[in-house]
Design a protein around this ligand. Structure first.
Ligand SMILES: Nc1ncnc2c1ncn2[C@@H]1O[C@H](COP(=O)(O)OP(=O)(O)OP(=O)(O)O)[C@@H](O)[C@H]1O
Length: 329
C-alpha cells in the first residue's frame, strides 16, 4: 500500500542574519502509514516546525522530496493542501473574520456545502467553548481561545492528514481532552493520519502508534514506544516488597547477570534495574521462594517515553545499542 506521506532526504538550509548557512532539516527520510498517529518529538529548534511547514507546502525545501498519497507535492500543491489540516504554532486565523466565519469559509473552501459547514462549525464552536463568541472577530480573542479556534478549523473538513504542531500549548486540561476526543474520532472514523509535535510526553505516550525522536535536524530514532524502549540502557524497573529482606538477598541479586543494579529502599523493599527483565523476574521469584520469605508486592514498570526521549536527545548511549526493531539513524 502506498504510504499516505513519504519524505525522502528532506533538507532545509536557512541563511542567518550574519549571512551564514544554518541547516535546520538535514536530509531526513520517513514514511507515514494511512491511519497512524505519529509523534515527532525533539527539543526547541530541532527543526520540527520547519519540517511541517515544508510538508504542508508553506515553505520550499532546499532539497529532497515529499509525496502525499504517492504524488510529489510540487506537481500539484493545491491538491496536496486539500488533503491536509494544520494546527500551526503561529496564529494564522483570519483576523478580519468572526469565529463562525473562519470555520464556515474554511469548510466551504475544502468542498463542504453551506448547510454542512454551518452545522459542523456550530458543533465545533460548542465543543471548544466558543459558541458565545461565534460572532466576535478573532482579533479580540485570547491566546487560548485562538488556539481552540485553530484546532476547530484544522479538523473542520475532516482532513486525511492532520498536522498538529504543539496543539495543546496554552490549552487547559479540559480542552486538551476535547481536542484528543475529536482527533481520535477522526482517526477511527475517517482513518485520518495524525502528525503530532509536542513537548508534553504523556500525549504521544497515550496516543501514538509510532514516535520519531528528532534532534538537530536529524531523526535519531523511529519506531513504536516498545521498540524505542529497546534503545535505552534500562527499559524496565522492578519494584519488590517482601515481609523482610533476608541477609545476603541483595548481594545475591546484585551478582546475577540478569540484573544491573539493586537499590535498597528500606527494610522491606528494593528497586531493581534489570539487564533482562524476564530473566530477572524469574530469578527474583525463585530467590524469594528459596529464602522462604513472603512476597508482598512485585511490580514491573516500563521506562517512560520521557526517559527514552532524554536518553536519545541528551546522550548517545542508545545509539550503541543495535539489534532492535526501532530504526536508529
Ligand atoms: N525563517 C527562518 N530563518 C532562519 N532560521 C530559521 C527560520 N525558521 C526556523 N529557523 C531556524 O531553524 C531551526 C529549526 O526551527 P524550528 O522552528 O523548525 O524548530 P522546532 O523544532 O519547531 O522548535 P520548537 O520546539 O521551539 O518549536 C532553528 O534553529 C530556527 O532558529
Amino acid at each position: 500500500m502506498v504510504p499516505i506521506l513519504e519524505v525522502q532526504s528532506l533538507k532545509k538550509i536557512f541563511t542567518k542574519a550574519d549571512g551564514s548557512a544554518h541547516t535546520a532539516v538535514d536530509g531526513i527520510s520517513f514514511d507515514l502509514r494511512a491511519g497512524e498517529i505519529f509523534s515527532f518529538l525533539g527539543p526547541n529548534g530541532a527543526g520540527k516546525s520547519t519540517t511541517i511547514n515544508m510538508i504542508t507546502t508553506q515553505l520550499s525545501p532546499s532539497g529532497g522530496m515529499i509525496k502525499i498519497e504517492g504524488q510529489d507535492i510540487r506537481e500539484n500543491p493545491a491538491l496536496a493542501r486539500q488533503k491536509i489540516g494544520i494546527v500551526a504554532q503561529h496564529n494564522n486565523l483570519d483576523r478580519g473574520l468572526t469565529a463562525l466565519e473562519n470555520l464556515v469559509f474554511h469548510g466551504k473552501y475544502f468542498g463542504m456545502g453551506t448547510a454542512e459547514a454551518e452545522e459542523r462549525a456550530h458543533s465545533l464552536l460548542e465543543d471548544f467553548g466558543l459558541s458565545d463568541w461565534k460572532d466576535d472577530y478573532v482579533k479580540s480573542f485570547s491566546g487560548g481561545m485562538a488556539q481552540r479556534l485553530k484546532i476547530a478549523r484544522a479538523i473542520m473538513h475532516r482532513p486525511k492528514l492532520l498536522f498538529l504542531d504543539e496543539p495543546t500549548t496554552g490549552l487547559d486540561p479540559a480542552y486538551r481532552e476535547i481536542l484528543w476526543k475529536h482527533v481520535l474520532t477522526l482517526n477511527k472514523k475517517n482513518h485520518t493520519t495524525v502528525f503530532l509535535t509536542t513537548h508534553y510526553m504523556e500525549e504521544p505516550q497515550r496516543f501514538s502508534d509510532r514516535v520519531a525522536i528528532y534532534n538537530a535536524g536529524k531523526i535519531k530514532a523511529i519506531g513504536t514506544i516498545e521498540e524505542l524502549r529497546e534503545l535505552v540502557p534500562t527499559a524496565n524497573i522492578i519494584y519488590l516488597t517482601l515481609d523482610q529482606i533476608p541477609s545476603g538477598f541483595e548481594q545475591f541479586l546484585q551478582n546475577d547477570s540478569a540484573i544491573r543494579q539493586v537499590v535498597k529502599n528500606d527494610q522491606k523493599s528494593l528497586t531493581i534495574y534489570p539487564e533482562d527483565h524476564k530473566q530477572a523476574l524469574n530469578k527474583i521469584i525463585n530467590l524469594v521462594d528459596k529464602h522462604n520469605v513472603t512476597l508482598e508486592n512485585i511490580q514491573l514498570s516500563s521506562t517512560s517515553l520521557e526517559d527514552i526521549y532524554i536518553s536519545l536527545t541528551d546522550n548517545k548511549e542508545g545509539e550503541k545499542n543495535n539489534g532492535t526493531n526501532a530504526n536508529i539513524n
